[in-house]
Design a protein around this ligand. Structure first.
Ligand SMILES: [Zn+2]
Length: 46
């Protein structure tokens, strides 16, 4: 018998969007990077 474990609740998945072009940014270890225009910022910035 296989007992499927319940899906873990993902941590807060916050989605950020680029201030410049509006594309969704990659959230890498609290570094936000826009793949579209290369804009970077820290996720702790307001
Ligand atoms: Zn951008």
């Amino acid at each position: 018998m296989t007992d499927d474990p319940p899906a873990p609740i993902p941590p807060e998945k916050q989605v950020f969007f680029c201030d410049l072009c509006g594309a969704q940014m990659l959230n890498l270890h609290c570094k936000l990077i826009c793949e579209q225009c290369g804009y970077k910022r820290d996720c702790s910035d307001p």
